[in-house]
Design a protein around this ligand. Sequence first.
Ligand code: ADA
Length: 536
Amino acid sequence: MLGDVDPDEVDPKSITFAGAMAVPGSWDVLPEYAGRRGLAAYGIDLHCFDGTPHRVVFDGVQHWCRVSFDGTPAAEHRWGFTRFGVDVPSGSRRMVVLVDNRDDAGRSLLHRDFYDWHHHGGVARGVALHRLGDPWIESVVVTTVAIVPVPVIEVVVEVASESGRQTAHPAELFVDGTVRLATTVPVGVTAWQLELPDAALWSTNDPSLHLVEVRVGSDDWRERIGIRIVGTDGGRLTINGEAVRLLGVNRHDMHPDHGAGLPDDHRLADAQLVRQLGANFLRGGHYPQDEGLLDLCDEMGICVWSEATSWQADARQLTDDRWLEDAESHIGEMIAAARNHPSVILWGLLNEGASNDLSCRPGYERLISRIRAADASRPVTFAGNHTADDVCAELVDVVGINAYPGWYYGSIDDVGPELDRLIAAVDAAGFADKPIIVSEIGAEAIRGWRDPAADRWSEDHQARLLDTTIRHLFVERDRVCGLAIWVLADFRTPQAMPRVLIRPRAYNHKGLVDEYRRPKLAAEVVARAYHDLSGP
Ligand code: ADA
């Protein structure tokens, strides 16, 4: 760890590597570096000798990094949680990655002075060295085009080459191990449509998956896909034309022992916990989730709201061209990494941004257009906390409502009337045909604090509030199509004053389970209510 130094002052060649660090991992959960902010350096020797291009692919480095080879800077990346690749020069090279976890909005624009979750530092997600071949496959995108009368998918392949554009390269396309196409492709983008009469569809109850493999020259690329169409219809969200009720939770990709670098088994445990709760829906609040988790959601039929990072963006950010540019490129990276996952049914952005401010509307328009231009096959949404005077809901397909009646204001008796008031405001604004998701609601509870009076901070209060919410939304009323409880597990939050004074231990305690995933009463109560609603 280099500490509180300016990365521009650091010569990667002069660094002496004294410590050791696991990759993936967050350094600031290790006792040696606990809570430290600053610059860290990772070093490794790479040997790429066979004359074909190589690329090192990072799945998430938090939050700013500069990659260099033999001291020469090759790339910088801002903001964690998304994948990026850096081409490696051939030969034996010393790769040094400078990683900065300081909250520095100058260097990492998507930051602001306070985000309600702790920002860990490190090469928190996976890293892989790819031998590309020449030509190589740059990307494969698979989209469901139709499901009747037979399923049809579109496969878009982008091919690149160092040695010229003209050549037609031999290519093959396999689905579930059977060759479906043997042809040639040029450098650039090629699209194929393919009928798959026998292919089973993906749904939450029956999440069938298929393997698409593309080979071009000596390079190959595999994508596990699900065939399904997501849509909206008269206030309902549909998968393959059938209305789906989303019963869910929000999730932070965090754990006290691992920071943001969770091992696979922890993500598996979280996905299993979601299923045990009777839930079929996960909102990745407030940043793109790790692809390993998306794989699990694909397999388990858990629908995902994939969200681009931002938290309470204000007019200063939403009217700043540079900020919007950064947000756009972050959105592009999110979509590129997650778009082939059938579980991802919604693109989300701008959690609790200033959607009530007309001056921010062009910013919303710009970012929403960026999403639609990259992928028009999924509805777009944002979680708003200005529902009563929102001026941007018109721009999205699904309206998200964040509200905390019974916690930050009012009592549990106010939960139903307050949700009715907000839902009525959406309908009155002319959006009665848009699906609504209550994207956040919850209360804090300190695990172990049971209180017959069910006062705030008790497990009893939280359980009662969530039970009231679920019954109100889905038993007494039937307007919303989904709910994402805030939040699956307790999580660490910043020390910032004065907010930390309402966050005991510097934790947000609105989890159904605590930070080690030990259940609170609410987990039991929510599981009962969700299972009752979703049937046997
Ligand atoms: C907001 C925000 C969440 C969390 C929540 C809370 O709605 O979107 O990130 O901070 O409040 O716990 O207060």
